[in-house]
Write a protein that binds this ligand. Sequence first.
Ligand code: TRP
Length: 372
Amino acid sequence: MKEEMIVTPWEVKGEIDYNKLIEEFGIKAIDEALLNRIKKHTKDLHYMLRRKIFFAHRDMNWILDEYEKGNKFFLYTGRGPSGKTHLGHLIPWLFTKWLQDKFGAKLYFQITDDEKFLFKEKLSLEDVKNYAYDNILDIIALGFDPKKTFIFSDTEYAKTLYKEAIRVAKHVTYSTTKAVFGFKNDSNIGQIFFTSMQAVPAFLESLKAGKNVPCLIPLAVDQDPHFRIARDVMPKLGYYKPAVIHSKFFPGLSTVQKMSSSQPFDTIFTTDTPDEIETKVMRAFTGQQATKELQKRLGGNPDICAICQYYYFLFEPDDKKVEEIFEKEKKGKILAGEHKKDLAERVVKFLEEHHKKREKARDMVEKFILRD
Ligand code: TRP
């Protein structure tokens, strides 16, 4: 039997049906008209848009209307520091960086240490603070503009955030959070309050500018429920509703579902060594036939082959080359061993570069941190 699909900010399970999510969440599919409109401003389209890895949105047309009137938007995204950064996290961050470059946008980057403390039974405040620092290095390593990027953690930037969060909280009832997130009577009360903290950065720039500034939030689609609530509340506080652009989940190595830190062999962390990367990639699921002969004769299925999916999501921005890789897999022209070795080499190279930038980031942290 197929596992039931569950997508909430704290749990992603089952086979993901993105069309069904569009319907259930009430979001819009990104269509060609919208892509063309974006392209007018960006000249080229990021591969994540061309491939519909970013597949849905709320109010992107409004964001572009405002932009065309000269009303620039700012970007907001975030990270819950519950562990080390893995490759899946890089998807929305890399895309956010592209948006920052193309639109010259400011970026507020929220680190929700409070959230992970409240939702992960085993994590202490000290744990989440350590992960926060560690994750920030990965964020900075991606090359965000230090003059336009503001990173802050909820517990440390609390003097600013808390005042605003209670303004949000006053408009959110218990029954709303229960309906949206599925809280139970034994959920701790910090969890029930938390969504108001995640709403605040969507109007931080408006607060600082002393006027309404449109906000665009790139995120993985599981985070959308927070912004259903925020979009409801913000007009009541005198702000625009934020626009949202949603990505699919990066696949794990052993299944083609969401990569998760709770399954370490399924996951490549940005700090993994070349040996660790190789071992993990060599164990990946390809779905190839039982024998070489059968594979050569019958071919495979790129849609379920983790190696193909890795190229598609992160390691091959050239569409033609991705197509070639998929063709080879389909026609049985590449066997699992070689397929994996090629990818492992790419990942090692990519992460070696990343490690260098990550080390340099240590001296840059203070340039990015927002304090009050
Ligand atoms: N809650 C998110 C997480 O668990 C972190 C986050 C905070 C976020 N604000 C955001 C993600 C805005 C996307 C957009 O990772």
